[in-house]
Design a binder for this molecule. Structure first.
Ligand code: G3H
Ligand code: 13P
Ligand code: ZN
Length: 328
């Protein structure tokens, strides 16, 4: 059954677990994520970026989710717009059966000015009004994702942040978070604590200087009833890096967000955990293996099936680690 983000995260808060939000672009990812959810008996958030929507087509995406629901009627699915950048992006997502949208008003931040903050509050509040009229949920974001280690400024969603990002924007300000939630009535709040999108988050295993989980704890203390969202939460596991590189990949050594730090976040109000990079890496490492080991192979299924299995195993691990398993 399709449920809203609010319904799912309220349940998660009540029972103290977190829910991974996996990005989807195609049928294989949908099948693999749902196979894992069914095996773990876990509810799931499936999210589509603007890029995913234009890659797969809105009609195809929404019919795919219909099919996945029909195949797994016992699994609650929240279909969520990842990083909506305009009201119209959110409105058209809702039209296509999304039960939740992210209005990312932090994407336009070009300096930590009052005008940027007001823009974020205004547009997020308007999207909340629209979505709540039809019973859908909204995630807002306050703070800019970006590496504390590298001084920030890298792309937020693959589309680039406009202009300069100051160091203090890389960590969400707790006072501002309280004001933002009150002013917008968002169902969930994405906060910045030093993670960034993609594989290259940290050049060493992160400590408190570069991954500021204390910010999560402080915001949760101030907003105990707000569902917090962690973006950029791929762990970029060493075994996946090794598997990718063992078959001709050239990924420089990198560190992601350790699962134990996410689990710590879940103890402090984090309910939605966004994961895309790990899913991509699991699948493409499997493609590389087939491409390298079976050079005469040209049946795409022979590439895609091992890729699906690798994605399924990754998703299953996260359902277990985040405590989502058993809550469908
Ligand atoms: O927010 C970033 C997600 O990983 C989606 O990436 O815009 O390339 O689909 P994308
Ligand atoms: P990763 O790149 O760490 O997987 O983050 C994904 C994300 O935040 C999608 O919104
Ligand atoms: Zn994100």
């Amino acid at each position: 059954a399709r449920i809203t983000l609010r319904q799912l995260l309220d349940h998660a808060a009540e029972h103290g677990y977190g829910v991974p939000a996996f990005n989807i672009n195609n049928m294989e990812q949908g099948l693999a994520i749902m196979e894992a959810a069914a095996a773990a008996d876990a509810p799931v958030i499936i999210q589509a970026s603007r890029g995913a929507r234009s890659y797969a087509n809105d009609i195809m995406l929404s019919r795919m989710i219909d099919a996945l629901e029909e195949m797994h009627p016992q699994i609650p699915i929240c279909l969520h717009q990842d990083h909506g950048n305009e009201e119209s992006t959110c409105a058209t997502a809702l039209q296509h059966g999304f039960t939740s949208v992210m209005m990312d008003g932090s994407l336009k931040a070009d300096a930590k000015t009052a005008a940027d903050y007001d823009y974020n509050v205004d547009i997020t509040r308007r999207v909340v009004e629209l979505a709540h009229w039809i019973g859908a949920s909204v995630e807002g974001e306050l703070g800019v994702l970006g590496s504390l280690e590298h001084g920030g400024g890298e792309q937020e969603d693959g589309h680039g942040v406009e202009g300069e990002v100051s160091h203090d924007q890389l960590l969400t300000d707790p006072d501002q978070a309280v004001d933002f939630v009150r002013a917008t009535k968002v169902d969930a709040l994405a906060i910045a604590m030093g993670t960034s999108h993609g594989a290259y988050k940290f050049s060493r295993k992160p400590d408190g200087d570069i991954l500021a989980m204390r910010v999560v704890e402080e915001i949760h203390r101030r907003l105990p009833n707000t569902h917090l969202v962690m973006h950029g939460s791929s762990s970029v596991p060493q075994p996946l890096q090794d598997a990718f590189n063992a078959f001709g990949g050239e990924m420089p050594q990198t560190w992601g967000v350790p699962v134990e730090e996410i689990v710590r976040g879940i103890r402090h109000g984090v309910r939605k955990v966004n994961i895309d990079t790990d899913c991509r890496l699991a699948m493409t490492a499997a493609f590389r293996k087939v491409a390298t080991q079976s050079k005469s192979e040209f049946d795409p299924r022979k590439f895609l099936k091992p890729a699906m299995d690798a994605l399924r195993d990754l998703c299953r691990d996260r359902f277990e680690q985040f405590g989502t398993a058993g809550h469908a």
